[in-house]
Design a protein around this ligand. Structure first.
Ligand SMILES: CC(C)(COP(=O)(O)OP(=O)(O)OC[C@H]1O[C@@H](n2cnc3c(N)ncnc32)[C@H](O)[C@@H]1OP(=O)(O)O)[C@@H](O)C(=O)NCCC(=O)NCCS
Length: 116
């Protein structure tokens, strides 16, 4: 059963400027494994985290680094969650997520479906 859906879009150039202006954001938003990625992929992962939050009703208190996008050998992204995000998912009866990313024409986007 689908419990929630979320979508988000990010202006890649604006996101890059924000990261340059506030370098600490990179650590606040992204896990160690994500931080080395290029800006379009980072923007898409930021969009995925926003979309993930929306799929869970965007409660206050979710930590950005309690979710990360993992890319499989075939390039397919999946979401791994822990901590605050896992607790919220458990509260809602969500046991799996589906995520899709895209970046083109200066925009990164993501859709997340929460299933329980
Ligand atoms: C609520 C939130 C997602 C809105 O995102 P935003 O980038 O400010 O705004 P966007 O334009 O992308 O999205 C706006 C839409 O979000 C939707 N939205 C607002 N509150 C929502 C909620 N509690 N649950 C789901 N969707 C919500 C609405 O449809 C809104 O559109 P509307 O204003 O026309 O009704 C954002 O403020 C937020 O709380 N982000 C979560 C941060 C977070 O938890 N990060 C860690 C995740 S791992």
């Amino acid at each position: 059963m689908i419990v929630g859906v979320g979508i988000d879009v990010v202006d890649i150039a604006r996101f890059e400027s924000t990261l340059e202006r506030t370098p600490a954001l990179r650590e606040r938003l992204f896990t160690l494994e994500e931080r080395h990625l290029g800006v379009a992929s980072l923007a898409a992962r930021f969009a995925a985290k926003e979309a993930l939050a929306k799929s869970l009703g965007a409660p206050v208190g979710l930590h950005w680094t309690d979710a990360r996008v993992v890319t499989n050998d075939d390039g397919r992204p999946t979401l791994e969650i822990g901590g605050t995000v896992l607790a919220r998912a458990n509260d809602l009866g969500v046991d799996s997520f589906h995520v899709s990313l895209s970046h083109d024409a200066g925009v990164a986007s993501a859709v997340v479906i929460a299933e329980g």
